[in-house]
Design a protein around this ligand. Structure first.
Ligand code: HDD
Length: 729
């Protein structure tokens, strides 16, 4: 019997009518109803006065349905509107009792459920995943002591030092208010106007101009709590802590030209990647890392631990990996879960506490406030995705959309009528108590002197990058500032960059076709009060970088696996069975996916007459959606592909984006017909060869070819190609 949601056959046959009947019978308890549960006979025509008459106001079904539809959208998040999420769990490796009493960090056998939402910051809910932007990395732990939210980003620092500047930052980066352009892009005048007046943003700007801002996948991003927090153990000992998420697949990014093209080809690229990985059982994994700092060492650093524009280099304080998070379940319903989830840095558990970071302190207000407007009232904690697994008892009552039916007459404390319940837990029962940090200071608006070193860590980041990464940053700045129409803004930015790295500034200036103006940044900063001494706001010059931080460069990420990578196999009728199968098997064994891309959809016939299903036609996909390309042998297949401009372009583009490319037998000639022969003259069919991530070989070498290709894919990208003349793509 047909089941609900199955396809009904096409046409008007008796078979169709039978199946329809069976289908309806099976649907049984799923008959269409109103929201009051009233079964409905007709959802096709509205109720009218006669067949051609006007619609009647009495049509309660029509009105209910349309009203609900009219209210289907809620305000999107003012920032981080575009996001994707998944369920999973977290497990600590060993008890952290000596450092924190947080319950979910005690028992290695306990799996704490999590819901994780990744996001871009600036774009609207429907914008492209591949915007140049920081990515949100928000984790909700449903612990037995209440929900704990670690609401971080994929970048360990932030643009501003104090929450009071957040509305300015976001107004500057969002589309300009007169014409609502550009969408999900920082490359416009208002953003760079603001940034060029905010020296404190320079460290974050280095990160955002790096390839970190265009990740290959959410699964291949680091995450950071950004602020300094506190761990507090049972004895009340407090230490400072920085949180890190380390992806087990390594940290990888795409290149900017590719990001722009992905935005057109598949704006859901990251969303799809996360969804498909989980559906395929390739569960994304991260290790949670902590950097712990003794309270006694609070002031031993050159920077202030309370300044969110600074990081603690891993080389100075190692990251200790304390547990693992696995995402293993996609949401059932995007709106109910991903859209309605409400994170809050103030959702804490005993054993974790705040620092006085002024950015964090402001966030503590903002997130409650935003949920009130976005989710429509004070009861958003009752929405299933936000509900604590720990029991909730308090005297809060009523309000918009209240779900709980509180019983009894008592909604106040203290009381005797309710037996004193809910009573105040007290420390002995694990009640939360804020860390009793000593404090006696004048009430002022200001910050400590160390906050004014805006350039040293920006320089540390830039100088710790590999040469290709540095070059990408130069290009990113040329692109972004090249889109700025006002010369004065571009010049102010060059002055800033010059204080980070002279070579960086001069290379960007060359690209912009202007000179680096003389002078130092600082008095340019208009962001000080009118009656203040500008000298008090003068940034301190960058200190020379004595020790680089290799951990900041993605060049040093693990590159030992091709698990979950997507490889395009370019093929047409007459493809060689042996080379196709050998490569497909080798890729599968290594955990990657080979996808057949052909001039048309459907299936193709191999040289031996086998039917090979096609995954994508050249029209419906693009090289930018893959990590690598393989061209199997087969004279007819290669001849057909050679006549397809899209096939040649596919290879050129993959080459331009420095991806691994392999070809077997006749397939090698397709590489030559694409423009690769101009830059790799040695390309020709023959014995196994591997040069700049382009691997070629004959059928006799198919094991070696696959091995070399897999090694080349594991490298992620072959940047040495960027030093060669560019192929047209
Ligand atoms: Fe924020 C959302 C991360 C500073 C105000 N923020 C939001 C999300 C992430 C972050 C990941 C999306 C959560 C989700 O997926 O629903 N925000 C950060 C980080 C910051 C930061 C890492 C600096 C270290 N944020 C920040 C400041 C303010 C806000 C300084 C305001 C003073 N953030 C918000 C917000 C949002 C938000 C307006 C929008 C939607 C939401 O909260 O739930 O309240």
């Amino acid at each position: 019997m047909a089941k609900p949601n199955q396809d009904i056959p096409q046409g008007d046959s008796d078979e169709k009518l039978d199946q329809l009947k069976a289908f309806q019978e099976a649907a049984g308890d799923q008959a269409l109803t109103t929201n009051q549960g009233l079964p409905l006979n007709d959802d096709t025509d509205s109720l009218k006065a006669g067949r051609r008459g006007p619609t009647l106001l009495e049509d309660f079904h029509l009105r209910e349905k349309i009203t609900h539809f009219d209210h289907e959208r809620i305000a999107e998040r003012i920032v981080h509107a575009r996001g994707s999420a998944a369920h999973g769990f977290f497990q600590v490796y060993e008890s952290m009792a000596s450092d924190t009493k947080a319950g979910f960090l005690q028992d290695p056998t306990r799996k704490t459920p999590v819901f994780v939402r990744f996001s871009t910051v600036a774009g609207s809910r429907g914008s492209s995943d591949l915007a140049r932007d920081a990515r949100g990395f928000a984790v909700k732990f449903y612990t037995e002591e209440g929900n704990y939210d670690l609401v971080g980003n994929n970048i360990p620092v932030f643009f501003i030092q104090d929450a009071i500047k957040f509305p300015d930052l976001i107004h500057a980066v969002k589309p300009e208010p007169n014409n609502e352009m550009p969408q999900a892009a920082s490359a416009h005048d208002t953003f760079w106007d603001f940034i060029s007046l905010m020296p404190e943003s320079m460290h974050m700007i280095m990160w955002v101009m790096s390839d970190r801002a265009i990740p290959r996948s959410y699964r291949m991003m680091e995450g950071f709590g950004v602020h300094t927090f506190r761990f507090v153990n049972e004895a009340g000992r407090s230490q400072f802590v920085k949180f890190h998420w380390k992806p087990l697949l390594g940290v990888h990014s795409v290149v900017w030209d590719e990001a722009k093209k992905i935005s057109g080809n598949d704006p859901d690229f990251h969303r799809r990647d996360l969804w498909e990985a989980i559906e395929n059982g390739d569960f994304p994994e991260w290790e949670l890392g902590v950097q712990l700092i003794d309270e006694a060492d609070e002031h031993k650093f050159d920077f202030d631990l309370l300044d969110a524009t600074k990081l603690i280099p891993e080389e100075l304080v190692p990251v200790r990996r304390i547990g693992k998070m696995v995402l293993n379940r996609n949401p059932e319903n995007f709106f109910a879960e991903t859209e309605q989830v409400a994170f809050h840095p103030g959702h804490l558990v005993p054993g974790i506490d705040f620092s006085n970071d002024p950015l964090l302190q402001g966030r503590l207000f903002s997130y409650t406030d935003t949920q009130l407007i976005r989710l429509g009232g004070p009861n958003s904690h009752e929405i299933p995705i936000n509900r604590a697994v720990a029991p909730v008892h308090n005297n809060q009552r009523d309000g918009h959309m209240r779900q709980t039916i509180n019983t009894g007459s008592v909604s106040y404390q203290p009381n005797t009528i309710g037996g004193g319940c809910p009573f105040q837990a007290g420390k002995a029962m694990g009640g939360f108590a804020s860390h009793p940090e000593a404090m006696e200071s004048p009430k002022i608006r200001g910050k400590s002197d160390k906050f004014f070193d805006h350039f040293t860590q920006a320089a540390l980041f830039f100088q710790s990058q590999s040469p290709p990464e540095q070059q990408h940053m130069v290009q990113a700045l040329r692109f972004e500032l090249g889109k700025v129409t006002r010369l004065a803004i571009r010049e102010r930015m060059l002055v800033m960059l010059n204080q980070i790295d002279k070579d960086l500034a001069s290379q960007v200036a060359t690209g912009l076709g202007i000179n680096v103006p003389a002078g130092v940044a600082g008095p340019l900063n208009l962001g000080f009060p009118a009656d203040a001494d500008p000298a008090a706001y003068q940034p301190t010059p960058a200190k020379p970088v004595k020790t680089l931080s290799p951990a900041l460069s993605m060049a040093n990420t693990p590159k030992d696996s091709i698990r979950t990578r997507k490889v395009a196999i370019l093929a047409a009728d007459g493809v060689d069975d042996a080379s196709l199968q050998a490569m497909q098997q080798a890729l599968k064994a290594a955990g990657a996916m080979g996808k057949i891309v052909a001039p048309h959809g459907g299936s193709l016939k191999s040289a031996n007459g086998a039917t090979v299903p096609i995954d994508h036609s050249l029209l419906t996909t693009s090289s930018v959606l893959f990590d690598a390309v393989f061209v199997p042998g087969g004279a007819a297949s290669v001849a057909t592909l050679g006549n397809e401009a899209d096939a040649r372009h596919f290879i050129n583009e993959a080459f331009k984006h420095c991806k691994a490319i392999a070809a077997a037998d006749e397939g090698v000639s397709l590489l030559a017909q694409a423009a690769l022969k101009d830059v790799l003259p040695a390309i020709a069919a023959g014995p196994l060869k591997s040069e700049h991530g382009v691997v070629t070989g004959g059928r006799a070498d198919s094991d070696g070819l696959a091995r070399e290709f897999i090694e080349a894919i594991a490298q992620h990208r072959h940047w040495s190609r960027e030093l060669k003349p560019q192929v047209p793509a």
